[in-house]
Design a protein around this ligand. Structure first.
Ligand code: XIL
Length: 376
């Protein structure tokens, strides 16, 4: 009898925890359904990596098998002064990805936005010499990539180097080093972690100008024998941009160069924009006007439906080309997490992601699951 009293609670515990596993296994899950097609990724913030956002965490564990650093690895955060790194947030991010066995993307090494103010200038604010900038890039990349060597699947090495017309963006890196800064960045990243995958990442990739420029750049890197594994097509979209056909053309053009394609930063704003293609330059900012914030309470059904239909069109495109795509990443878990609420106009209410503010999946989630099953 005594043994019974002792063992029964243990049996009960074991039974209950096995029920939980079974229940989780049967919950609809994007990552499980998309197995064999591509990784399903999400950008995570500090509230999630510290596990304070428990509702968000539940969705991350259920649906995603890849994580990207939304902000914590950008140079202004990780390398605030020339002789000071701050790995507090990035260490937590990497540990989080490992804990949940996710493919980890480091975002991003060389980028003109959220760039540490000291990076390209001297104490008087004047551009540093070519030699100095190369040395700084090398130290930055070697230190950051080296710290996480063997733990990160791949790095967005260079972010947003081109304009819509395909010309080089006139960043400080370009001003001082010309186009050489791109191969140098890839070379330094490869030296620091020879097994890490290396990516080039950009927005508005459906533009022919960018498409051609990126194809040229990837071809040149490959001709020089420099490692590049994938092109990341940021999926910051609007209801009227990009045109799916043009996006598809770019996807195929990138795949044709022999690299994988990643759809890296999906969100689709439903809010009005001042021009047809607003892009995704974080430096863009417009003044708040009430008429630019039409859905402060909720999204009318018809508008939500149009959003879901358009998002489904894109996911169907990704599924159609899943042999060329290694990862699809959404830029945040729920609508409340999205940077789109504050960009390019602060203080609006947007609805750009797959899960709503109550952590409920939108119809698109069901639609993706259905499409995958249909095609299997
Ligand atoms: C955004 C973050 O989501 C925001 O929190 C931050 O304030 C600005 O940057 N392209 C990129 C991402 O490559 O790093 C940007 O992320 C969005 C545009």
């Amino acid at each position: 009898m005594r043994i019974y009293y002792l063992t029964f609670p243990l049996f009960l515990l074991a039974f209950l925890s096995s029920c939980k596993t079974v229940e989780n296994e049967h919950q609809p899950s994007l990552k499980t359904s998309l197995k064999g097609k591509f990784l399903m990724g999400v950008a995570v913030n500090d509230a999630q990596t510290s596990e304070q956002d428990t509702a968000g965490l539940r969705l991350i564990k259920q649906h995603f098998n890849a994580v990207a650093a939304e902000n914590c690895m950008k140079s202004e955060v990780i390398h605030p002064e020339e002789n000071r790194y701050d790995f507090t947030r990035s260490d937590r991010f990497v540990a989080f990805g490992e804990k949940y066995k996710m493919a980890i993307t480091g975002h991003t090494l060389i980028w003109h936005s959220q760039l540490s103010p000291w990076f390209c200038v001297d104490k008087e604010g004047k551009n540093v010499s070519r030699e100095v900038l190369i040395e700084r890039m090398k130290n930055h990349i070697h230190t950051v990539v080296g710290r996480y060597k063997g733990r990160i699947q791949g790095w967005d090495v260079v972010n947003e180097a081109f304009e819509d017309d395909g010309s080089y963006r006139k960043t400080k890196f370009y001003e001082i080093l010309g186009e050489d800064y791109i191969p140098l960045a890839f070379q330094f990243a490869h030296e620091a972690d020879p097994n890490a995958e290396l990516y080039y990442n950009d927005y508005s990739m459906a533009h022919k100008g960018r498409r051609d420029a990126v194809v040229r750049m990837v071809t040149q890197l490959k001709a020089k024998g420099i490692r590049i594994d994938a092109v990341g097509m940021q999926g910051h979209m609007q209801m009227d941009f990009p045109v799916a056909k043009e996006f598809e053309k770019s996807l195929l053009a990138f795949a044709n160069t022999g690299v994988q394609v990643m759809i890296t930063e999906i969100d689709m704003t439903i809010l009005p924009t001042s021009k047809q293609n607003i892009g995704a330059d974080v430096g863009t900012n417009f003044e708040y006007k009430k008429e630019m914030n039409p859905y402060p309470d909720a999204l009318p059904d018809s508008v939500a439906q149009a959003w879901n239909t358009r998002m489904e069109e894109f996911f169907n495109l990704f599924l159609k080309h899943s042999d060329k795509i290694s990862r699809v990443t959404v830029w945040g878990v729920t609508d409340a997490d999205s940077w789109r609420n504050d960009w390019p106009i602060r203080g609006r209410k947007d609805y750009p992601l797959l899960f709503d503010r109550n952590h409920q999946p939108k119809p698109i989630v069901e639609a993706i699951l259905k499409s995958v099953n249909k095609n299997n």
